[in-house]
Design a protein around this ligand. Structure first.
Ligand SMILES: [Zn+2]
Length: 259
């Protein structure tokens, strides 16, 4: 996989594979192209796994740790990596920050990274543009907003569908650059995957609308999930829970509830 990565970008795969984390959390390490040897930025330390964090820390000095959102499979190792490297931790949510302010939309981090606030998966989800020396975007780190395989979950009630659809449209406008996701392999074309995700969400919303017409407007999350996700193994509690959170987000969106 390393051969597909932009120059100065390294991937450390955390040993936490699972149904929601795919192969595990992708911990990204980005070095400056203006000053080789300058402290790197680490995106998503991942779980609090000592060998994983030590491997990341051993790759060279770290000047900043960024978390793409508050989920523990991305953030649990942040405090320990901060301890190992002396670097501050920053995310969009002040609660995730250690010795640094929350990330701001459009903010440049070192010379190569720019923050894009992309609420939806969670309220505090961010993506990061990877810039070339002329300031053009050459790839985007997407956290869980876009995954390397399949689609992501709207983590209702923290996440919400309306902001998520807006974030996808915003990312689509960046263009056909590679996606460096929080889980799973690199995807070649951000605009194409945003279009896929938008189509998928629109289809699911149509399905949920149809079920509401059939069962009635007071249909519960469980009832709608039974119909829309009838292909899921009902005994798989993790996937069932994820499906129910997605349905809850869709129902909120369709019912116009505040999120
Ligand atoms: Zn997540």
């Amino acid at each position: 996989m390393a051969t597909d990565l932009p120059a100065g970008v390294d991937l450390f795969l955390a040993p936490n594979p699972g149904p929601m984390t795919l192969d595990g959390t992708n911990t990204w390490r980005i070095t400056s192209h203006d000053a080789p040897g300058a402290p790197a930025v680490v995106i998503d330390p991942g779980p609090d796994d000592e060998p994983h964090l030590r491997q990341v820390a051993a790759a060279g000095p770290v000047g900043l740790i960024v978390v793409t959102h508050r989920h523990r499979d991305h953030t649990a190792g942040a405090a320990r990596l901060a301890e190992l490297t002396g670097a501050p931790v920053r995310g969009a949510d002040p609660v995730e920050c250690v010795d640094g302010p929350p990330l701001a939309d459009g903010e440049r981090l070192v010379d190569r990274l720019q923050v894009v606030l992309t609420p939806g998966h969670t309220t505090d989800s961010v993506c990061l543009r990877l810039l070339d020396s002329a300031g053009a975007t050459v790839a985007v780190f997407t956290g869980d907003t876009i995954l390397g395989r399949g689609t992501t979950v709207i983590a209702h009630p923290d996440g919400a569908l309306g902001p998520y659809l807006d974030s996808l449209r915003r990312l689509a406008d960046i263009g056909a650059v590679p996606v460096l996701p929080g889980h799973g392999p690199v995807r070649p074309n951000l605009a194409a995957v945003c279009a896929e995700y938008l189509t998928h969400r629109t289809q699911r919303l149509d399905q949920v609308r149809a079920v509401l017409q059939e069962i009635g407007p007071t249909a519960t999350v469980a009832q709608v999930t039974d119909v829309v996700y009838d292909f899921l193994d009902p005994d798989d509690a993790t996937l069932r829970g994820a499906a129910e959170r997605s349905v809850a987000a869709q129902l909120d969106h369709l019912r116009g509830a505040p999120s």
